[in-house]
Write a protein that binds this ligand. Structure first.
Ligand code: PEP
Ligand code: MN
Length: 358
């Protein structure tokens, strides 16, 4: 991967102490709503204000954002509160308007990150501009697409980049509006260690009650910041009403967060890590052994002209092992997922054997 040399400070004067908080309404609705919310947030010590001016909506006909007439309201927020202001951009026109109005931070929304043409358009419009840009994960769980968006902005000269993890849409919704799939931002951190990562518990949870636990999880996973939707009158919000909280509640949630020092490494921790290293080694050895046996089975099947996939056997493995896992206090779904992956790799290896022409 091309190396990106990012600037470490997103915004001058913003304490990099975790969490860096961005808060504000999903959408700018009226001058009064924007300024009331902004003043309440500023009085709680919030330094970065968000508000959507252009709103990407799933279906036409809903509130699609107040548009350019809302930009002077953001300017007023800056003048009256001293906060930095952030808004979403999806086209070159959005970029020009936002820059003209003095918006300090831009973010690219989840529905835009999925589209390389749109991301490139935003990147091209930003050539030669020095402004921080936060990129939300694409709605689909595709880390490479997310990283590709960072590369497009970086190549356009943007050196102050940040990621926003807002969860991934899925067909069957359960607890979350968007599944967190934490391993994806964790992998992003491994691939781009200097990139600050924000969590958006509002869009992941879709409900007010989930904002506090998701924020805590993000802190426990060493995220750098939080972007939280906050509205002076959440029930009356024109978009995403169920997931917004008042500035008062936000303050309460932030005060309850336990933020542990991510660099602290105690003796006990290194001992436990050694144990984990050891167990991982054993797991790998066992996996290698299992694959060896599986290849032997492949040879047998080839010699006896049998098909690779034998569904009853596969179902039996899944059922028996997940029952066994349950008795060992292991989450049966987790066990099933692992076994599916292992089985897929076994099948792949047996296919190689089947197709060898000897
Ligand atoms: C938003 O931040 O209000 C928004 C539209 O988010 P997302 O792009 O994550 O859906
Ligand atoms: Mn929203």
């Amino acid at each position: 991967m091309e190396e990106m040399k990012l600037e470490s400070i997103l915004l001058p004067g913003i304490d990099p102490k975790r969490p860096i908080v961005i808060a504000g309404p999903c959408s700018a609705e009226s001058e009064e709503q924007v300024l009331t919310t902004a003043h309440q947030l500023a009085s709680k010590g919030i330094k970065i204000f968000r508000a959507g001016i252009w709103k990407p909506r799933t279906k036409p006909g809903g509130f699609e954002g107040i548009g350019v007439i809302g930009l002077p309201w953001l300017k007023k927020v800056k003048e009256e509160t001293g906060m930095y202001v952030a808004t979403e951009v999806a086209t070159k026109d959005h970029v020009f308007e936002a820059l003209k109005a003095g918006v300090d931070i831009l973010w690219i929304g989840a529905r835009t990150t999925v589209n390389p043409f749109a991301v490139q358009e935003v990147a091209d419009a930003l050539k030669g501009v020095d402004i921080p840009v936060l990129i939300k994960n694409p709605v689909n769980p595709d880390l490479e697409l997310w990283i590709g968006a960072f590369q497009r902005l970086y190549r356009a000269g943007i050196k102050r980049l940040g990621a926003i993890h807002r969860g991934f849409s899925s067909y069957d919704k359960k607890i979350y509006r968007n599944l967190p799939l934490w391993h994806i931002p964790i992998e992003l951190r491994r691939r781009m260690p200097d990139l600050p990562i924000f969590c958006d518990p509002s869009h992941i949870g879709g409900k007010r009650e989930l904002i506090a636990p998701l924020s805590q999880q993000a802190m426990d996973l060493s995220f750098d910041g939080l972007i939280i939707e906050s509205h002076c009158n959440p029930d009356a919000a024109w978009s995403d009403a169920a997931q917004q909280i008042t500035p008062d509640i936000l303050d309460y949630v932030l005060n309850l967060l336990v933020v542990r020092d991510s660099n602290q490494s105690t003796e006990n921790l290194s001992e436990l890590r050694r144990q984990i290293d050891n167990v991982d080694e054993q797991l790998l050895e066992l996996l290698a052994k299992r694959m060896r046996i599986s290849r032997e089975i492949g040879i047998y099947k080839k010699e006896h002209n049998m098909p690779i996939l034998q569904s009853p056997r596969y179902s039996e493995i899944l059922e028996k092992r997940s029952d066994m896992g349950k008795q060992m206090d292991l989450n049966p779904d987790f066990i099933k997922d692992i076994l599916k992956e292992i089985h897929e790799e076994s099948v792949r290896q047996q296919m190689v054997i089947m197709n060898e022409n000897n």
